[in-house]
Design a protein around this ligand. Structure first.
Ligand code: PLP
Length: 462
């Protein structure tokens, strides 16, 4: 009676396999044991439930499966990836890639840091005060407050300004930002009453005015980041809304989403910028730190000092405060903007503004370096996107390395799970690696990885 179940190698035997032992370079013994146990459990189940499937249970086979399980475990970690998708602010890839100075400052702040200590006086300091000063300097706003993200900024603004009251918003601006962040739900969670006015395509200032009564707490304007309406459309400007709000002594909250500080007009990109919103005299202006600002995930509230002071005292502000690492990166990013060379130093802006010709040259260099690989490689024009729910209908001319041949999906997977974790896209059945959103310093990593992958018989993978 030789039961295949009993022939399974013991955990310790698997651990002693030289290839499994090598995993110690990459993970703890506890994690390796976890991989071995998972593999053995799976095999046991398979042997019980479908004995006819006859899985290999030798020492070597179990070791191989353990290494595969370890690979899958490693893929679940936060890994650096190469973004060849052509989407500059890719939410699934953490949006803005940070500037060199921001990265350096995160490393410094990782140890003990004066996040809530004023080193000059030795007294307790307010978290975020320096970054808020920088934002004020950059924008001319009277005051600023930094929270965890723009969704938190919206919640805080609604709750802090208009809890229990009605907030008026145009029907055309009742958006879903993505990831299930829907404005009607935000209103409800913030404890304010949604008062929608107008229609999906047209809302007039009168519509707002007619909705105002003694229960009204604020007027909210939300940028339609991720879609556009065109045709028979109209809505009041920020300045008109502020004018109306003033007459009724109400605050006007302007949720910009992407919060562009730089001037993008030379790039022909149309995105509401922070300066215009402040110029309209909105009471509160909200935007993200990791969209066009090019910094870490954060939500920034700008505006009138008394409103900001009120929000700063709100318990939601404490519950959504940012960590020191975020502040460190944000400070450095804001300093990059202040230094006036953000288009060079802030990756989001340099990626956005890089001339297509330069992207093309980088692609051509990569293809040249891979010429000996004997692959169907070419450089093709394509369109990149800003992403992150910005500039929904505006794309940017770009170039990509096209990898021809069949099995595009398998190649895409090989690229994604490779050591360099390269993320591309498929267009017309071929893999495209768009170089616009790749950090130029990573071009050579990508080329080297491609060389390795191409040598592997990926065509017969799986
Ligand atoms: C992206 C966006 C948000 C959410 O910002 P997060 O920083 O991701 O929370 C809110 N409002 C608008 C208009 C946006 O575009």
């Amino acid at each position: 009676m030789s039961s295949p179940l009993r022939n399974l190698p013991a955990v310790n035997t698997v651990l002693s396999h030289p290839d499994v032992d090598k995993l110690h370079e990459q993970m703890s013994r506890a994690q390796i044991i976890q991989c071995v146990r998972t593999v053995l459990d799976d095999l046991r189940n398979q042997l019980r439930e479908t004995p006819d499937s006859n899985p290999e249970t030798t020492h070597a086979a179990v070791a191989r499966r353990t290494i595969e399980a370890a690979e899958r475990l490693k893929l679940r970690r936060l890994n650096p990836v190469i973004n060849a998708t052509g989407v500059i602010l890719h939410t699934n890839l953490g949006r803005a890639t940070l500037s060199d100075s921001a990265i350096a400052r995160i490393l410094q702040a990782a140890k003990a840091t004066n996040v809530e200590l004023d080193l000059d006086s030795g007294r307790r300091g307010r978290r975020g005060v320096y970054a808020e000063d920088l934002i004020r300097q950059l924008t001319g706003a009277s005051d600023a407050l930094i929270v965890n993200n723009c969704a938190a900024a919206t919640m805080l603004a609604l709750q802090g300004v208009a809890a229990g009251k009605e907030v008026i918003i145009s029907r055309g601006q009742l958006v879903e930002i993505g990831g299930g962040f829907r404005l009607p739900d935000v209103f409800e969670a913030a404890g304010v009453i949604l008062k929608e006015v107008g229609t999906s395509n047209r809302t007039r200032i009168d519509d707002y005015e007619k909705a105002i009564h003694d229960k009204t707490g604020a007027i909210l304007r939300v940028h339609r980041s991720n879609f556009r309406v065109s045709g028979f459309v109209a809505e009041p400007s920020a300045a008109e809304l502020v004018g109306l709000a003033r007459r009724y002594n109400l605050p006007m909250i302007d949720d910009l989403g992407s919060g562009c500080l730089a001037n993008l007009t030379s790039l022909n990109l149309d995105e509401p910028d922070v300066a215009s919103s402040l110029a309209s005299d909105a009471d509160l202006v909200l935007f993200s730190g990791d969209k066009l600002l090019g910094g870490p995930q954060a939500g920034i509230l700008l505006g009138k000092a008394d409103w900001i002071a009120r929000l700063r005292r709100h318990p939601m502000a404490r519950a959504t405060r940012v960590c020191k690492l975020t502040l460190a990166a944000l400070e450095a990013t804001l300093e990059d903007h202040l230094a006036g060379n953000a288009f060079d130093s802030v990756p989001v802006l340099s990626m956005l503004s890089m001339p297509a010709k330069e992207v093309q040259e980088r692609c051509e260099r990569a293809v040249d370096e891979l010429s000996e690989a004997g692959l169907d490689l070419s450089v093709v024009p394509c369109q990149s996107e800003v992403g992150g729910g910005s500039m929904a209908d505006q794309s940017i001319s770009s170039f990509a390395v096209r990898i021809g041949g069949s099995h595009a999906n398998e190649l895409l997977r090989s690229l994604r799970t490779s050591e360099a974790r390269i993320l591309g896209r498929i267009e017309n059945g071929a893999v495209l690696l768009d170089f616009r959103a790749i950090h130029p310093k990573d071009d050579s990593i990508l080329v080297n990885e491609l060389r390795r992958i191409i040598r592997k018989p990926w065509r017969t993978d799986r």
